[in-house]
Design a protein around this ligand. Structure first.
Ligand SMILES: *[C@@H]1O[C@H](CO)[C@@H](O)[C@H](O)[C@H]1NC(C)=O
Ligand SMILES: *[C@@H]1O[C@H](CO)[C@@H](O)[C@H](O)[C@H]1NC(C)=O
Ligand SMILES: *[C@@H]1O[C@H](CO)[C@@H](O)[C@H](O)[C@H]1NC(C)=O
Length: 159
């Protein structure tokens, strides 16, 4: 019983922590140390993989850092077609910051058609908190109840 209580307390602490982390916005560097570049041929999904490991929230921001390249936000069809004419910009060294200020999908590509075709593109989904908040609230309440129960039981055991 004590063991499952400890486990319950850990879950409890994690939920509380994640409730707080939702409130603060993070800035992510796209590709981490790799930055924003044409992926290697054996790893064309590098930006899919990168985005898949992150839970984005409203007001998080993403920073593209590139050399002789560009990062442009495009529509869904332009993302899938690597339509660089949708926002053609001259390649340069630099960085571009985008804020994910509303829920939904965001699409980014390199302004270089060849780079985009080789996988230098990024799709991000920011979930709508409204569609999940009911479940979250219910979960948090039941975990809260379990946490309090556990604290009581642990105190009984200690007495
Ligand atoms: C996002 O930031 C804007 C402007 O700072 C603020 O008004 C809004 O409440 C924030 N939204 C969330 C979900 O934090
Ligand atoms: C920069 O990119 C352009 C277009 O891809 C290319 O033609 C040019 O050679 C590149 N310049 C350098 C210095 O790499
Ligand atoms: C590419 O983008 C341009 C400009 O937005 C648009 O006119 C054209 O229809 C797009 N082409 C495709 C294949 O989506």
């Amino acid at each position: 019983m004590a063991k499952s209580c400890v486990l319950g307390l850990i879950v409890f602490a994690t939920i509380i922590f994640s409730m707080f982390s939702v409130l603060s916005a993070f800035q992510y560097k796209v590709g981490d140390a790799d930055g924003w570049r044409q992926p290697d041929d054996d790893n064309r999904e590098m930006y899919e993989t990168w985005a898949g490991n992150i839970n984005f929230h409203i007001n998080d921001s993403i920073l593209f850092v590139y050399k002789n390249d560009s990062a442009i936000e495009v529509s869904k069809p332009d993302y899938y077609h690597c339509n660089e004419t949708a926002g053609a910009v001259a390649p340069k060294d630099g960085s571009t910051l985008f804020t994910l200020d509303k829920p939904g999908f965001y699409y980014f590509i390199s302004g270089n058609l060849d780079h985009c075709n080789r996988g230098q593109r990024l799709m991000i989904e920011v979930p709508d908190p409204a569609s999940k908040s009911k479940i979250n609230a219910a979960n948090s309440l039941s975990v809260l109840g379990f946490g309090i129960l556990c604290i009581n039981l642990l105190m009984l055991l200690l007495i």
